[in-house]
Write a protein that binds this ligand. Structure first.
Ligand code: ASP
Ligand code: MG
Length: 464
């Protein structure tokens, strides 16, 4: 098989874990492999946060502190992960060179007092640039031929939209030409998240972008599967902290992943696996620390099985806004004005519902956007069309997800009967006509009870 394996920051948090990951990769050495790595845990956050502070404060001590921290973190990791002394020395030299480059760049930012999107990309690329040599060294140290590459060296070229660069059309072909000859001889370790403009300037693919790198590479080299090794057991039926018998979902479709990520389960970002899905390459989510567990398989379309509902999620920290007024009835364009005003204010709308009496529109937004949203709607409707604007921040949204519910009658009835049986008051309901989810709002104090009731109503705690 031809496989791309991607390891997230938590999987390679320190030397012991990197060593473990190298051994895990070694189990699959009879396959053709490409490894994609992200930065060591928290390093990207740290780099960006400190770079901002350096630019704001102009303090060279901040640079020195960060450099000392990164030097220790990565040298310690290399010392533990790489037992072969010659390899360890090589890697350590490379880390020194990289850290020196980073120090110079940060010093420049410190003097200039300015951090442009382009320099943010340059600085944040160092998380992956430092991780890749350590992992590749750990693999060589246990006898696997391996080299490491930056995203650019692997052929990933992008436009110049720093912070969220998009791959050029030609990238897929270029990555294929670069990597396919290599995988016959060794296991390339590619630094995820980072890429280059055609001119060689460093770009990044957006936060969390190493998943995207992996699916791009998988699509480019026509991999049989792409494996995302994470520190969780795949995608789950619900949050195990709320529902003790939550289980891993063995198979989901791409659409369900989209719905799940939209409604609070953030294991895989749908945008990140889009290239894999477009090229119809199956994606697996596996647990680095429980590697024999089958995890979750994500496929493009899934035949409808007997399980109509796959998962129940809850979103906290949301708020409900109710807009009402008799003047809204039959008045064309009220909804458009509401949504326009909210969009202009940068408010993210999570749910919408309008009764057919047209006297009322309900909107769910993130709690942190509530004031912004109220100001925007208030100033848009100064003329009195809207009589009443009420809010309730003490609410949560519950979502029942499953592509299989499309066209199956009775799912909504079961959902709301379960709520009634449990004495839970449903404040607002919304279901898109794609019928891949049913979402509704309840009081925060009822949220956990609601999730547990639905998880049991649809038998999600039992095996699929
Ligand atoms: N290191 C990058 C980030 O933290 C990319 C990734 O981990 O996927 O955003
Ligand atoms: Mg709330």
């Amino acid at each position: 098989m031809r496989l791309v394996m991607k390891f997230g920051g938590a999987s390679i948090a320190d030397g012991e874990k990197i060593k473990w990951v190298a051994e895990l990769i070694n189990r699959y050495r009879e396959h053709e492999l490409v490894v994609v790595t992200s930065a060591l845990k928290d390093v990207t956050d740290h780099l960006l946060e400190r770079a901002d502070r350096v630019a704001d404060s102009g303090k060279l001590e901040t640079v020195q502190e960060l450099i000392a921290h990164l030097r220790n973190l990565h040298n310690d990791a290399a010392d533990i992960a790489i037992s072969d002394e010659t390899i360890r020395d090589q890697v350590s030299d490379e880390l020194d060179t990289r850290i020196h480059e980073l120090e110079q760049a940060l010093t420049g930012i410190c003097y200039l007092g300015e951090l442009t999107p382009r320099s943010r990309d340059y600085i944040s690329s160092y998380g992956e640039l430092l991780a890749a040599p350590i992992l590749s060294g750990a693999m060589r140290s246990i006898g696997m031929p391996s080299i490491h590459l930056t995203g650019g060296e692997a052929g990933i070229l992008t436009n110049s939209k720093h912070g969220a660069a998009k791959p050029l059309e030609t990238t897929y072909e270029r990555v294929c030409r670069k990597l396919v000859p290599l995988i016959a001889e060794c296991v390339p370790v590619v630094a995820g998240f980072i890429a280059e403009e055609e001119s060689g300037i460093t770009t990044t693919l957006g936060r969390g972008g190493s998943d995207f790198s992996a699916s791009l590479i998988g699509a480019a080299i026509h991999a049989d599967e792409i494996w995302f090794w994470k520190e969780v057991s795949g995608i789950m039926t619900s949050d195990p902290k709320i529902v003790p018998d939550a289980r891993t979902i063995p198979q989901v479709s791409y659409i369900e992943v989209m719905e799940l990520s939209y409604f609070g389960a953030k294991v895989l970002h749908p945008r990140a696996i889009e290239p894999a899905i477009r090229h119809d390459i199956p994606v697996r989510v596996l647990n680095t620390f429980d590697p024999d567990f089958a995890g979750t398989l994500v496929v493009k379309d899934q035949e409808q099985g007997r399980e109509v509902v796959k998962a129940v999620t809850v979103i906290e920290k949301i708020a409900l806004i109710n807009i009402s007024g008799a003047g809204m009835v039959g008045t064309i364009g009220v909804a458009a004005r509401v949504f326009g005003a909210l969009a202009d204010a940068g408010v993210n709308i999570i749910m919408i519902s309008q009764g057919s009496s047209e006297a009322n529109i309900s909107i769910v937004v993130e709690e942190s956007h509530l004031n912004l949203a109220m100001d925007a709607i208030g100033s848009e409707f100064r003329n009195g069309l809207v009589r009443e604007l009420t809010t309730n921040a003490d609410v949560c949204a519950i979502t029942v997800v499953g592509a299989g519910m499309a066209g199956i009658p009775g799912v909504a009835a079961r959902v709301f009967t379960a709520m009634g049986d449990n004495n839970i008051n449903v404040i607002m309901i919304s279901q898109g006509s794609s019928e891949h989810n049913i979402s509704f709002v309840v009081r925060s104090e009822d949220a956990k009870k609601a999730v547990r009731a639905l998880h049991s109503e649809f038998g999600l705690g039992h095996s699929f």
